[in-house]
Design a protein around this ligand. Structure first.
Ligand code: NAI
Length: 480
């Protein structure tokens, strides 16, 4: 029986391995992690991450051919194929701080593999890593090899949170990069055979190692760039009276451009886009390509601009001060259908409003109060370290409370800010919300989910990203 072990039971490791286990009953899959709380959650009723469809998949194979364990060394030593899906944070200190990937967790995983292995291994990079990481990993493994053959493959993950299970069952492509030696080709084929249980052959692409590593960074950079492009347009739409939804629709009809990823919003978030672009920028700089680095840097700058612009719209519309005013924040996760808050634009928007002394009442259907408080007090990039290594018991932000539903959040508020596109925000009883708010009552829709005209008829002053401005907002500066 082929044995797979995945190091890192996170948003990628957990769902990916569950889908492999379900599709390959003859393969034994063990997912291991140094975080005891994460592993107990994977073995319990309340999984550590929320992802539609994940519960069903895990429950079908857990205890049969899918196991979650903290016994990292045992499972690594027994496995034929080892996926490494640990976090690859942005460095906060030293060389490349604020940009380069911190490979501490990766390196310690590689050293542990070298220590405990007694048989040949295929080591698969599942984490997103800088180009040429495989070379470094190869060095660590071969310098400690005890005669064991290690083949390194790059198999970056393209799943999107919120649709991870769907994406894993039906991927646009599976990418496998490997050495073009007989042993490398054999390892590539072994991994191809795993995916071939459910992925059509023509969707399994094989490349050299460096192309596979770079393709993941490139794909995230292209996706984020589309969002920054449409967000940049949204600012121009507001200045000119154009409607960004109409512009996106017209632009997306061009088959060379396509309609996806063209929704204007308060900005992109998530654990990957910013981190991977910073990493790409750093790699370009290290390779003597400052022009290319600056080109990609701009994608992040526009994203930061969009979040600032949103905060400034809120403050300037409300008589240039939100001091002491209650503002309801609807949605804190970085997108709908996930409880993940890593790099969510809500953090920067909330911090911006708190900087102007607002009182915030936050509601998100999937994010806990503890997580929100943690996010609002944590230093930049600290989130991307294993939970048990993150700073403990931060002092709570007093001006922030968490509500059980949107109505409670909005009660007596001066304004509502919609920061995540949860479906339930489309169908709220906005009349009821309006009646219980201070007047004038504002809605700032950072995801374009509400019908602005209907809300205006109810009496709200409404700001929607990239849409013709409410008469109230005209002549008020969007950016300080
Ligand atoms: P995560 O933070 O949810 O999970 C990583 C896990 O690795 C943590 O539970 C941590 O405790 C564990 N870990 C760290 N060092 C370890 C070690 N030495 N031994 C055992 N366990 C260890 O991270 P996530 O989101 O799963 O991401 C993992 C990688 O996949 C990152 O490189 C990320 O950029 C990439 N990625 C993430 C995607 C996403 O949507 N979250 C999508 C595609 C790629």
């Amino acid at each position: 029986m082929v044995k797979i072990c995945c190091i890192g039971a996170g948003y990628v490791g957990g769902p990916t391995m569950a889908v492999i286990a379900l599709n390959c009953p003859a393969i034994e899959v063990a997912v291991v992690d140094i975080s005891v709380s994460r592993i107990s959650a994977w073995n319990g009723d309340q999984l550590p991450i929320y992802e539609p469809g994940l519960d069903e998949v895990v429950k079908q194979c857990r205890g049969k051919n899918l196991f979650f364990s903290t016994n990292v060394e045992k499972h690594v030593s027994e496995a034929d194929i080892i996926f490494v899906s640990v976090n690859t944070p942005t460095k906060t200190r030293g060389l490349g701080a604020g940009k380069a990937a911190d490979l501490t967790y990766w390196e310690s995983a590689a050293r542990m593999i070298a220590d405990v292995s007694k048989s040949n291994k295929i080591v698969v990079e599942k984490s997103t890593v800088p180009v040429k990481t495989a070379e470094a990993i190869e060095r660590i493994l071969t310098h400690n090899s005890k005669g064991i053959d290690y083949q390194i493959l790059s198999n970056p993950e393209f799943l999107a949170e919120g649709t991870a299970i769907q994406d894993l069952f039906n991927p646009d492509r599976v990418l496998i990069g490997g050495r073009e030696t007989p042993e490398g080709l054999k390892a590539t084929q072994a991994l191809r055979d795993v995916y071939a249980h459910w992925v059509p052959q023509d969707r399994i692409i094989t490349t050299n190692l460096w192309s596979a590593e770079l393709s993941k960074l490139a794909a995230n950079a292209f996706l984020a760039q589309r969002i920054s492009s449409v967000n940049a347009m949204s600012a121009l739409c507001e200045a000119t009276g154009a409607d960004v939804s109409q512009v996106s629709h017209a632009v997306g009809k061009d088959s060379r451009i396509g309609p996806k990823f063209l929704n204007a919003s308060v900005g992109f978030g998530g654990s990957c886009f910013q981190k991977d672009i910073l990493n790409l920028v750093y790699i370009c700089e290290c390779n003597g390509l400052p022009e290319v680095a600056n080109y990609w840097k701009q994608v992040i700058k526009v994203n930061d601009y969009q979040k600032n612009r949103f905060v400034n719209r809120v403050v300037s519309s409300m008589f240039n001060t939100v001091s002491g005013k209650k503002i309801a924040i609807l949605g804190f996760a970085f997108k709908k259908d996930t409880g993940d808050t890593r790099e969510t634009p809500a953090i920067d928007v909330c911090k911006g409003l708190l900087g102007d002394k607002a009182r915030l009442s936050i509601y998100d259907p999937q994010v806990t109060e503890d997580q929100i408080q943690r996010d609002l007090t944590m230093n930049k990039f600290d989130w991307d370290h294993p939970i048990h290594l993150q700073p403990m018991s931060p002092t709570a932000v007093k001006q922030v409370s968490v509500a059980w539903d949107a109505y409670a959040a909005a009660k007596d508020a001066h304004a509502v800010c919609i920061l995540t596109e949860w479906d339930e925000f489309k169908t709220l009883d906005y009349r009821r919300i309006f009646d219980n708010m201070q007047k004038p009552a504002f809605v700032f829709d950072g995801r374009n989910v509400v019908n602005a005209e209907m809300l205006r008829e109810t009496g709200f002053i409404v700001y929607s990203i990239g849409k013709p401005l409410d008469p109230w907002l005209k002549n008020m500066p969007a950016v300080a």
